[in-house]
Write a protein that binds this ligand. Structure first.
Ligand SMILES: [Zn+2]
Length: 450
């Protein structure tokens, strides 16, 4: 079955109707036949006809779609991204006051982007088995910094508003979704002696911080119930202060178990300092999520064990039964297998889907949406909350390499402005370990307050 047919099965249409109800109006419904898809609205005679395109080819075609100027009155880019289409003009027009025609297969675009079809059929991954931006159509057509699905939804909303003011549009405001993967909660408390020595050396030579020659071993030897204030990775209270100051809630993604590799975290939930950290996070009204270990992204039994382990721990120790989210360690992901596994074990929200090698809109959206399995043709009981930016994707030399000055700040804020323009969520991942130095803290504050 090709993309054209997959995107118009009864289940796929029920799913896409849900997307339009969430993003445009609860009165919306979508139906399709071989040549047309129709978006209609309960209690209104307004309809949008979308001409289906059997030659839709997102791998090889793209052009910007322009319409009559009135469509783009309040629109940021004054043209719409037409991934998959090579037509040149006349693609959007009013046939009558109640009848808008779009000669661009928007239904296939939504299906392709939100269900990550290019990843489903990809066989080229990086050393960590991840799908990279450099392999994406978003790289080929330089669309990574535009939430292309959201732009179309904004356009549909403005057309509805213009055609029939009796149709009630859904309301959603921009929000910042701050999150922090806790791979290393402490420079000194965990890991082997070699780890301790290299951590102290890094502090002395790179950060000119000599006090940790004393505090590092002390933290290790005393098995302290709290991480020392001098510990450069202990930035949790500082993060929570900033989130609270800006009116945000932070989610901290914690390991539950390891899968035995050096790349996993080096702590246990039962460590007293971890327990006290969780108590502070929950006590201050922030959230905990699961950070499944490196080898779990294709292993349903292991990820279930880790999910249930954290759930039970939070319940027994803190009477907390609100665990619903995950982000995979190192952003490892195989689509739709990982998603399917997460849904099956009871995870209700995932925040993994951003590219490690480039910030931006991997799914073409910064809005949360219900997941759909394009292989099994079924709606999944899990929400995808796309990751828009991870700090190292912007700052680290191995990725964009913008360090932590004004170029990096501008990159983050450019993406944040795009999210604001479509009333979406700017989902940001900032590791606690990447706030040890003053210039990174200045950058972080610039991003959350800018
Ligand atoms: Zn991680």
């Amino acid at each position: 079955m090709n993309l054209h047919d997959r995107s118009a099965t009864p289940n796929a249409l029920a799913w896409v109707t849900e997307i339009f109800r969430q993003r445009v109006s609860t009165q919306a419904s979508v139906s399709c036949d071989t040549g047309l898809c129709l978006i209609s609205f309960e209690k209104s005679d307004f309809e949008i006809r979308i001409v289906r395109d059997r030659t839709f080819d997102p791998y090889n075609k793209n052009h910007l779609i322009k319409g009559q100027d009135e469509f783009f009155e309040n629109y940021r880019h004054r043209s719409l991204p037409g991934l998959g289409s090579s037509a040149k003009k006349g693609l959007i027009r009013w046939k009558s006051r109640n009848h808008l025609i779009i000669e661009y297969d928007l239904i296939q675009l939504i299906f392709f982007m939100l269900n990550r079809i290019e990843e489903v059929y990809c066989s080229d991954f990086d050393d960590d088995d991840r799908f990279l931006y450099s392999n994406s159509v978003l790289s080929k057509f330089e669309l990574i910094e535009r939430p292309i699905v959201d732009e179309w939804m904004q356009f549909i909303r403005s057309a509805v508003k213009r055609a029939d003011k009796s149709i009630t549009l859904t309301q959603k405001s921009f929000c910042m979704d701050l999150s922090h993967d806790v791979d290393h909660p402490s420079r000194f408390a965990f890991g082997g002696a070699k780890n301790l020595a290299s951590g102290i050396a890094a502090d002395v030579f790179r950060r000119k911080s000599f006090s940790n020659i004393f505090y590092g071993p002390l933290q290790r030897l005393t098995g302290a119930r709290h991480f020392f204030a001098h510990d450069p990775f202990n930035t949790f209270s500082w993060i929570m202060d900033r989130s609270e100051g800006a009116g945000h809630v932070s989610t901290f993604y914690l390991f539950s178990l390891r899968t035995g590799l050096n790349i996993d975290a080096d702590y246990r939930l039962s460590d007293p300092a971890i327990r006290n950290l969780i108590a502070e996070i929950l006590g201050r009204g922030h959230r905990i999520g699961l950070h499944p270990s490196f080898m779990t992204y294709r292993d349903i039994d292991e990820i279930r064990r880790q999910w249930n382990g954290l759930k039970e721990y939070l319940n027994v120790e803190f009477g907390h039964d609100d665990l619903d989210s995950v982000r995979m360690h190192c952003l490892r992901w195989r689509h739709p297998e990982t998603l399917r596994n997460l849904s099956a074990i009871g995870v209700r929200r995932d925040q993994t889907l951003g590219f490690a090698d480039r910030p931006g809109f991997r799914c073409g959206t910064c809005h949360q949406y219900r997941a759909f399995d394009p292989i099994r043709d079924e709606v999944l009981d899990i929400t995808i909350s796309p990751l828009i930016a991870m700090e190292c994707s912007v700052t680290a030399p191995r990725y964009m390499g913008l360090a932590c000055g004004s170029d990096a700040l501008n990159e983050f804020l450019k993406l944040k402005r795009e999210c604001e323009a479509v009333d979406g969520d700017f989902t940001l991942l900032w590791h606690n370990t990447e706030l040890a130095d003053k210039d990174m803290r200045v950058l972080y504050e610039g991003v959350i307050n800018g």
